[in-house]
Write a protein that binds this ligand. Structure first.
Ligand SMILES: Nc1ncnc2c1ncn2[C@@H]1O[C@H](COP(=O)(O)OP(=O)(O)OP(=O)(O)O)[C@@H](O)[C@H]1O
Ligand SMILES: [Mg+2]
Length: 337
């Protein structure tokens, strides 16, 4: 699936990106963006625009309708292409490698970073493309507390909000907490370093007690910052000789969440159960939880800090992304943003 995006990405011209960005922006206002609206983004006559739109449709970058009027929308393929284009423009990404994971709500691919010095080997980074809005909105709403009250937003908004939320919390936690270094963010995607080692679920560790303690001490550290991961399990923990790293943060909650205690317990329980099943290690979840609740000194009260309690508050206008596309040459268009 992602391969198709890549195949098509290489053939897309600056004009294609303008048209796609026009659809992206206008999708805030329309379910199907009228071709007439797109004329101002493309700077083309109606016939030429139709020709380009038809080309994009054949590449599966846009979907069109004739009823009730001539209009277009985009899906994740085009949104992926727009984000990739932005990273290439910013020179954060030099090339895209293979898909390494498809999660419930994301596609994860390896990418190459432009080396700082020409002779150096390019560094491998991880690009996580969020897919939150792909499932039915009700399902998204149930599982993602940050979407409550935002039912009217489209999948674009759901996915970009999740990416922003994940990136913001990773920036907040890094480097105190052991997580992959967050590098960059755009639209529904985040760029980060590769996690060290392999997933706990796929690994047989030689010293399970030590790893369990490492994980519990990370949970404690995160909690002392007022944060709970809220989806912790052997699938979201990487282990290596150096220790552990926790990934997959968009659903985190703060200690003031009404179900904080219950959700913290579930995180601990998932980890404790894994070690009990796979390594016959027995630990008491209740005791660990009690200790955490009673003996944690919170580092600072983060309540009210923008971007943590209320990530929507830091939501930048979507036009900011469009600047990457319109900067490219045509000043008339650049001025619009
Ligand atoms: N920084 C990273 N380094 C290496 N592999 C990664 C990294 N981030 C994600 N992955 C891989 O991609 C998979 C999916 O990533 P992640 O867990 O963040 O997404 P998800 O879609 O939320 O997953 P889930 O199915 O748990 O909801 C991970 O299980 C892991 O194998
Ligand atoms: Mg995961």
């Amino acid at each position: 699936m992602f391969d198709d995006t890549l195949k098509n990405f290489k053939d897309l011209t600056p004009r294609d990106f303008r048209i796609l960005t026009g659809i992206e922006i206008e999708m805030k206002n329309y379910e199907w963006v009228p071709v007439l609206e797109l004329k101002k983004y493309a700077g083309l006559s109606a016939e030429k625009l139709s020709y380009h739109l038809e080309r994009l449709r054949r590449k599966k970058m846009v979907v069109g309708t004739l009823d009730p009027y001539d209009g277009y929308k985009i899906y994740f393929e085009a949104y992926d292409a727009l984000a990739l284009h932005t990273y290439v423009q910013r020179k954060t990404i030099a090339a895209v490698g293979s898909e390494i994971g498809v999660g419930k709500e994301s596609v994860v691919v390896e990418v190459l970073k432009e080396p700082e010095i020409e002779i150096a080997d390019p560094e491998v980074l991880i690009l996580k493309l969020h897919r939150e809005g792909r499932t039915s909105f009700k399902q998204v709403k149930r599982t993602r507390e940050h979407l409550v009250g935002k039912e009217h937003f489209s999948w674009i908004y759901a996915a970009r909000l999740a990416a922003k939320r994940e990136f913001t919390i990773m920036k907040h936690l890094y480097p105190d907490i052991s997580i992959p270094k967050p590098i960059d963010q755009n639209r529904h995607t985040i760029l980060m370093e590769v996690a060290r080692g392999s997933e706990l679920s796929k690994t047989k560790v030689l010293d399970p007690d030590w790893y369990l303690d490492e994980i519990l001490s990370q949970i404690r550290l995160v909690y002392s910052k007022g944060i709970i991961h809220n989806d912790l399990s052997e699938y979201n923990i990487f282990v290596s000789d150096e220790g552990v790293q926790l990934i997959d943060w968009p659903q985190y909650i703060t200690k003031d969440h009404p179900h904080a205690e219950e959700l913290l317990r579930r995180d601990i329980e998932n980890v404790v159960n894994h070690f009990s099943k796979k390594y016959m290690i027995s630990r008491d979840t209740n005791e660990i939880l009690k200790d955490l609740l009673e003996n944690t000194t919170f580092e600072s009260d983060i309540t009210g800090e923008p971007g943590i309690e209320n990530p929507a508050a830091i939501e930048e206008p979507e036009e900011a992304d469009a600047a990457d596309v319109f900067e490219e040459g045509d000043e008339e268009f650049a001025e619009r943003f």
